[in-house]
Design a protein around this ligand. Sequence first.
Ligand SMILES: [Fe+2]
Length: 275
Amino acid sequence: MQPALGFGLGLRPVHYTAILESAPAVDWFEVITENYLVGGGRPLYFLDAIRARYPIVMHGVSLSIGSTAALDEDYLRRVRDLAARCAPEWISDHLCWTGTDGRNLHDLLPLPYTPEAVAHVAPRIEHVQERLGRPLVLENVSSYVSYTSSAMSEWEFLAALARRTGCRLLLDVNNVYVSSRNHGFEATEFIDGVPLEAVQQLHLAGHQDHGTHCIDTHDAPVRDEVWDLYAHTVRRFGPVSTLLERDDQIPPLTELVAELEHARAVARDARAEAA
Ligand SMILES: [Fe+2]
């Protein structure tokens, strides 16, 4: 298992200059893979400059590992080439499907949690791992629908794939909370059901609570309920690399660095409590 990187931020273009000028107290950055699958120009210039100062993790959104469509070999080759350039600590994407039959739905859609889906997705994960020459790290998505055919819980599904393929897991604590509210399960049961040794990284983000349901918007600070679940997660998993995501209403870098400081404090208190 890779060592824990500490506390990181999702790299967003509006912060490129501020990062280089202020060298913020951020342990690592997570970059959206697709933003850098280009021949050159501004994104790669800043990626190289930031990579020279901080560890980087690549986080993709379009692998569509759960789809029935064939895996995109050209995409995999470009991801591998980008990894050769920026030497990421690891490469992650989402355990979902984003379309089929040549249509991209531009959404991260959940899978049915069945043995058949495990049998379908596992060889695809193995293929990607072989192409990239490293374990793939897969994130649990937030979801708003479920399948009547599901025969196991989402965490049992994640555990089955990790066991079978050796893939690793990016546990998005906010997604666990959002899905728990939308589907009516205990968020702590999810966290406690994920195999300890498979978790590579955690995500934290904000969502909107509409009372009857929650929407994973990444447009606001992490909510108190998710900080509580994060503390529970750290008590169980210890010092796992933690990443704060913000994709909309992006505030100045200093604000996100302060929120990351809060994550450090929550994790410190949780570990002291667990000890
Ligand atoms: Fe996430």
